[in-house]
Design a protein around this ligand. Structure first.
Ligand code: 3UK
Length: 549
């Protein structure tokens, strides 16, 4: 395979051809020309379609039209190529909360032929350092307020690859800089951008050239970088949104996932922009922030995690009169009880969808009218999915096994042996235990390595969680297997009660009986521990591994 990039680092570290997944492009909408730059497709073409004066992106401080976003991105692209020496294929780290400036920077990088490496704002210098060293990052664009950990990572990193830092939103912070370094030592992106032309000649990338390195939000081990191309970005815009989400140009998107999480990048940038819609970005997105934002921006499409939907509904924060019309849940299994609570609170049926960083976005999902409580949905148009046994043979409907998927996107880790684990015989193996029913609905069981084996029974933690969540006293819960001499493992539940004062032996009994009446008795949690809250990642996933420790 070829590349148009000058800096061929990522291209040189692609997995070998025979270790890559099979890519399928059977739909006519997935036929892309050999040269395509996704930033040009999503932004420059938006202007060509006459959307220039439409509102594109807003936040607490700014509101930009499509034309304004294009102007900013073009000016930043000039800064990158003319002042900071960026050449195509260079990796540019982005560090910010969800802001319009970060989106402009993302487009600037991709327009210039760079590779965007978005990072979560809460990462500390050690984590940033791992990313810089792994991706040989040469440039970084950073919110001035988040500079310290990045500066530390730059000086500590082994490869010393990071040569150019540029900061934005720096005007309000000039006083702060005095104690740290002379202000002139910082390259200020906002100030620099103003000096440049609003017109920019986009880099003519091959459709297959990398434009994103997305680091996995995986909970253990060294972070993995997944490689995604311009074609991958265009493919996810062509599959799930038109077939399942069905957004309109009048929609206002809002949500909690960070833009460094591909769920957020798709849901809050790529998908709204592909239809000429508007997005409201929130720098903080707790359930309370979300509600304030939905009201303020009259948001119509919400992207967030199951625990967030549950909290919004339980705390009575959302009403049927809200402006919302579409609600998307991903990142974790959506418990049936949460789906019901949300429908009762808002009248809206949640669109659940499983996606992974490796696949870039959602590949199993269902539109509102096809949704089935307890199931994630059916395979999304453009993708194929099936269930394999441990030997890699396809299982018939009704049997639990490994979820396998292929489509226009797929897993390509940057020089990582774990490629062999994720891709087998051309299929992407997500590490999830699923069953497919006779009608083609996929039912999530657990992560394959989280399956609880107790006295020889295979028990799915999330199934018990879903059952406990259906009890009126339970606010949140997580179920794990605890090592046990006699049984191998026993089922243990961590429970957050709606009223923490009620915690006690009698409630343990009540909850155990509740599970025993709804599920096979061997599945009931032999241990229940009441906790004030559950540990979660920035992507909204419950950290069961922490509870296991
Ligand atoms: C789990 C789900 C059940 C599952 C993601 C939408 O979550 C995303 O990517 P990650 O790489 O994690 C992937 C893993 O998360 N998962 C995600 N969604 C669901 N399990 N039901 C769901 N609906 O274990 C999967 O393997 O962080 C989600 C879009 C883009 C994404 N990157």
């Amino acid at each position: 395979m070829n590349t148009a990039h000058t800096d061929t680092f990522v291209h040189d570290h692609l997995p070998l051809e025979h270790l890559q997944p099979e890519f399928i492009f059977e739909l006519p909408e997935l036929e892309f020309p050999a040269h395509i730059n996704c930033a040009a497709e999503l932004l420059d073409k938006a202007i060509a379609k006459g959307w220039g004066s439409r509102p594109c992106i807003q936040s607490a401080t700014v509101s930009w039209t499509y034309q304004e976003l294009l102007d900013k991105a073009n000016q930043m692209a000039h800064v990158l190529t003319q002042e900071l020496g960026l050449v195509s294929g260079n990796r540019v780290l982005l560090r910010s909360t969800n802001t319009p400036e970060m989106v402009a920077a993302w487009f600037a990088v991709v327009k210039a032929g760079g590779i965007a490496v978005a990072t979560m704002p809460l990462l500390r210098s050690y984590e940033l350092q791992q990313i810089i060293d792994k991706a040989l990052v040469s440039h970084a664009i950073c919110d001035f307020a988040l500079r310290e950990e990045l500066i530390k990572a730059q000086s500590d990193c082994k490869t010393q690859s990071l040569k150019h830092l540029s900061f934005f939103r720096s005007q309000g912070h000039t006083l702060e800089t005095k104690g740290l370094k002379a202000q002139s030592e910082f390259h200020l992106l906002d100030t620099a951008a103003e000096r440049h032309s609003r017109a920019f000649q986009n880099f003519e990338s091959l459709a297959t050239d990398c434009c994103i390195l997305a680091f996995t939000s995986g909970t253990t081990g060294v972070p993995k970088a997944t490689i995604h191309s311009h074609r991958d970005v265009m493919s996810i815009c062509a599959c799930w949104p038109p077939s399942v989400l069905r957004p309109q140009d009048s929609d206002v998107f809002i949500g909690s996932p960070p833009l460094a999480f591909t769920f957020g990048l798709g849901g809050l940038v790529l998908f709204p922009m592909s239809v000429g819609a508007n997005v409201a970005l929130l720098e903080k997105a707790s359930p309370k922030d979300l509600i304030v934002g939905i009201e303020k921006y009259q948001a119509t499409v919400l992207f967030t995690a199951p625990t967030s939907y549950r909290q919004l509904a339980l705390e009575g924060l959302v009403s049927p009169q809200s402006s919302l019309r579409k609600c998307v849940s991903a990142g974790e299994a959506l418990p049936a009880a949460t789906r019901t609570l949300w429908r009762e609170a808002t009248g809206i049926e949640i669109i659940d969808g499983i996606g992974t960083t490796e696949m870039l976005h959602i590949f199993i999902s269902a539109k509102e009218e096809d949704s089935l409580a307890g199931a994630t949905g059916k395979v999304v148009k453009g993708y194929k999915a099936c269930i394999f046994d441990d030997e890699g043979c396809e299982l018939p409907p009704g049997q639990v096994g490994h979820l396998a998927v292929k489509g226009p996107t797929g897993c390509r880790y940057l020089s990582d042996e774990r490629q062999l684990k994720y891709v087998k015989n051309g299929w992407n193996i997500t590490g999830d235990a699923y069953l497919m029913d006779e009608r083609g609905y996929f039912h999530y069981q657990s992560r394959t390595d989280d399956m609880i084996i107790s006295s020889g029974y295979n028990i799915s933690g999330p199934e018990i969680e879903a059952c406990l969540l259906a009890h009126e006293m339970v606010a949140e819960c997580a179920v794990i297997g605890e090592p046990d001499e006699a049984r191998g493992s026993i089922v243990k539940a961590f429970v957050v009660l709606k009223d923490p004062h009620k915690a006690g032996e009698s409630i343990v009994q009540v909850l155990q009986d509740h599970v025993k009446t709804l599920l096979a008795p061997y599945k009931y949690p032999r241990k229940i521990q009441f906790v004030p809250s559950l540990p979660k990642t920035q992507t909204g996933k419950i950290q069961r591994f922490k509870l296991r420790q």
